[in-house]
Design a protein around this ligand. Structure first.
Ligand code: GSH
Length: 202
């Protein structure tokens, strides 16, 4: 019914961790595919149903779902009792959806623009920049200890993820660094790292 297409050490690793956090590995068929890597290794995999041959891609009853925020929303809605998201329709769920879409629509573009050395008034007016990202995260974590308050959720899993890959991009703020470290230390993420290392070595 559910199949996840995953490439080790990539954006799809967050979805593998989510599946572990939710304890639904027996409900999702995990297929490992290749993708082109920045070092020139890898290649698009004909077995990957993603329209751009990227990962992750989740296939549910033949329908292809891409974009991590969408996959997270879909899985946490399909399995609402697994504790990774607030109850659908509550105000907290609205904030949960806000963090996921803010990640895809703001945080990741801001990071990519910075890494690419891009700056333009259109980019700033649309996305703002790293100072505003830092302020948003800090304001939430001051209430904390997690983005939604007292409980870890899939919003923490997604939003912290670029800082786990790019520690130098982490905002210079102890509250944010401590939250990233707590997200990274979770046993499910450690298991994904170990499994991905084994897949890379295979
Ligand atoms: N917006 C997508 C981005 C997916 C993405 O860029 N995935 C990378 C893996 S880190 C990929 O598949 N790259 C291979 C390629 O560009 O061909 C998401 O968040 O799911």
């Amino acid at each position: 019914m559910l199949t996840l297409f995953h490439a080790p050490n990539s954006r799809s690793s967050a979805i593998v961790t989510l599946i572990d956090e939710m304890d639904i590995a027996d409900r999702v068929d995990l297929r490992v595919v290749t993708v082109p890597r920045h070092d020139g290794s890898g290649a698009a995999d004909p077995a990957n149903p993603h329209p751009e041959a990227k990962v992750p891609a989740l296939v549910h009853d033949g329908q292809v779902i891409t974009e991590r925020a969408a996959i997270i929303l879909h899985l946490t809605t399909l399995f609402p009792d697994r504790g990774l998201a607030p109850r659908v329709g509550t105000a907290d769920w609205g904030r949960f959806v806000m963090w996921l879409t803010w990640y895809q629509g703001v945080l990741e573009p801001v990071l990519i623009h910075e890494m690419a050395g891009l700056s333009h008034p259109y980019l700033t007016s649309t996305f703002r920049g790293s100072a505003e990202v830092k302020a948003r995260l800090r304001a939430a974590l001051e209430e904390g200890p997690w983005l939604l308050g007292g409980s870890y959720s899939a919003a923490d899993l997604l939003v912290h993820s670029p800082y786990a890959w790019l520690p130098d991009a982490t905002p210079d703020d102890d509250l944010i660094r401590d939250w990233v470290a707590r997200c990274m230390a979770r046993p499910a993420r450690q298991r994904t790292l170990a499994a991905d290392a084994a897949r890379m070595a295979a």
